[in-house]
Design a protein around this ligand. Structure first.
Ligand code: ZN
Ligand code: ZN
Length: 578
């Protein structure tokens, strides 16, 4: 705070009258800006900027997975334009936990802006291996709950919370204007698998001193009651291990759910089974978590998948990725009979220990069907309590509001309906309706002590990553991909002689994804004739203007194809000059 006060007015202010300068300073001194660049009205790519004076702190830097419209896109990252423009103000990135939707785009950010990164030990352990994959280096500083770090005029305090990955924290951001609380993802678990229960006392303490604004996650804002403890899943696993008898057990879950993996390992030890791990991300996370001491695995319990043959079905548990039915995942390949090491049969008990993320239901259903066709027993969704959420339900969200008693409230981390529901909960809890804001990404939200309003708009949106290309797949490329995927392609090739501007060969037609050529010879032949006739009637001038010629070929062909088939394939004319 002291540092901040000493700062002189910027050069742009020096030309104005003294009164204006004074006013400007006063406004600046007591205003903090919050700029969500992702995570609102969407699932994923969470990133929020806190800006005060000349300092910006970035909270989280996540990715989102493409929806079915984004053909061929690998992942989606936030638009970093605002950060790049204000690179000199960035004091650091602070991470709440190690999930992809909070750390997944960090490597892409660090390629553009070099800034220190703060997070708990496990979070940074997971970040480290990601940065290595990308060949990016950064200064990583490990922090602990209750610790405070200074970033410009702000101090960031870390508060322990429970979530589906260990070492998750909420943040109290102490600014000259007041305290802002950013919950990150959280739930209340009084009996967590490892670590301490959420530090409710600290939230209460901050609340009694006065919290200016609360930014709280909204994932489960529509779900009533409390989220059950993770221990409940352990109890279900116990029952299912007992029921499995001489069968092989296969359990699919999120690779980052280390608590869940720990509980599977505990059961395996108890029932004298060996554990084999499948899926690249699962292997990576188990390795990092074991090295850092977040996963307690007795020697000899985990075996290499090549060793599985040495054990009988009743001596084995497989832990695998693919709980969302992801097409390339180990479980999906097992279900499709496409896995080199595992053949599903009637001697398998398969547990899908996760709930499908909205949009993934049909993939999961397909996997369940295929596994069942192979004769396996499949336990999924609510059949037993084989999954609990890592996010706070309504009563826990209310608890957070009751403890922190914020003046202003901004729901984050959710689709629009979740944010709206959470804003309503806040109002029921006594937050002034004018002080609860359902924001959009890119909104520059200014809080100056008494008021909160959106003052401007920063560039925000989605940047698509396809292979090594970042941002080069835009709406036009996607439109073409969709067109190709839905209607296929016809390539028309002609050759014209340079000197005489006359047609010397063609038109030849090549198609892909349009019709099966062998069964549609008549159609394609007629198309070729119609095109040839149209070209015969072309004036020599038209053979000079290639763009006109191409347009003509496209029009003639698409008219014919549409009349005959009611389809609109993409038509690509190619002219060769000889
Ligand atoms: Zn999370
Ligand atoms: Zn999240």
């Amino acid at each position: 705070m002291e540092n901040y006060r000493k700062k002189s007015p910027s050069r742009s202010e020096s030309g104005r009258s003294k009164i204006a300068v004074k006013e400007q300073k006063t406004v600046k001194k007591c205003a903090v800006r919050i700029i969500p660049l992702g995570g609102l009205n969407e699932i994923g790519k969470n990133i929020t900027l806190y800006e005060c004076g000349n300092d910006i702190v970035i909270v989280d830097c996540g990715l989102a997975f493409p929806d079915s419209e984004m053909l061929g896109v690998d992942l989606v990252i936030p638009d970093f334009t605002y950060i790049e423009r204000n690179a000199d103000k960035i004091r650091g990135v602070v991470l709440t936990h190690g999930h992809e939707d909070h750390i997944g785009s960090l490597a892409y950010l660090l390629k553009k802006v070099n800034t220190p990164v703060y997070g708990t030990r496990l979070t940074l352990g997971l970040v480290q291996s990601k940065l290595e994959e990308h060949g990016v280096t950064a200064k990583l500083s490990v922090v602990k709950p209750k610790q405070r770090i200074s970033l410009g005029c702000m101090e960031v305090e870390f508060i322990n919370v429970n979530h589906s990955i260990p070492d998750s924290v909420a943040l109290a951001i102490h600014t000259p204007t007041g305290v802002l609380i950013h919950t990150g993802d959280f739930k209340v678990d009084y009996t967590p698998i490892n670590g301490d229960p959420i530090d409710l006392a600290r939230f209460g303490e901050l609340g009694s001193k006065g919290v200016l604004a609360l930014l709280s996650e909204s994932t489960n804002a529509e779900r009533s009651g409390y989220t059950p403890t993770e221990h409940l899943v352990g109890e279900s696993f116990e029952k299912l291990f007992a029921k499995a008898e001489d069968r092989r057990i296969i359990i699919a879950t999120f690779s980052s759910n280390i608590h869940r993996v720990q509980q599977i390992i505990n059961c395996a030890v108890k029932y004298k089974r060996k554990v084999a791990i499948f899926g690249r991300s699962m292997i990576n996370v188990v390795k990092t978590a074991t090295e850092l001491g977040y996963l307690n695995v007795p020697d000899g319990v985990i075996i290499d998948i090549d060793m599985m043959d040495r054990f009988t079905a009743e001596e084995i548990v497989l832990i695998t990725t693919g709980s969302q039915g992801e097409p390339m995942s180990a479980l999906t390949r097992m279900a499709m009979n496409d896995h080199k090491k595992v053949n599903i049969n009637c001697n398998d008990l398969i547990i899908i220990s996760a709930t499908p993320i909205p949009g993934n239901e049909k993939y999961v259903t397909k996997v369940v069907n295929e596994l069942m066709k192979s004769g396996a027993e499949v336990i999924y969704e609510k059949m037993y309590d084989v999954h609990v959420s890592g996010h706070a339900n309504q009563e826990e969200l209310k608890l957070m509001l009751a403890l922190t008693k914020p003046k202003f409230f901004i729901p984050i981390h959710g689709e629009f309906k979740h944010l709206m529901r959470h804003a309503k909960i806040a109002q029921e809890m006594g937050v002034d309706p004018n002080n609860a804001l359902v924001a959009q990404i890119g909104n520059v939200i200014e809080i100056n002590g008494d008021t909160m309003r959106v003052v401007s708009q920063a560039p925000a949106g989605r940047v698509l990553v396809d292979g090594l290309g970042v941002g080069d797949v835009g709406s036009i490329v996607l439109r073409d991909r969709k067109h190709l995927a839905q209607d296929g392609l016809i390539i028309v090739v002609i050759a014209i002689e340079k000197a005489s501007h006359s047609l010397v060969s063609g038109p030849d037609l090549i198609s892909r994804g349009f019709v099966y050529v062998r069964e549609s010879e008549e159609l394609m032949d007629e198309a070729r004739h119609i095109l040839a006739d149209a070209l015969k009637n072309c004036m020599p001038d038209e053979f000079r203007e290639w763009s006109v010629l191409k347009m003509k070929m496209k029009d003639v062909l698409s008219d014919y194809i549409f009349t005959k088939t009611k389809r609109t394939p993409m038509i690509l004319p190619i002219i060769m000059e000889i």
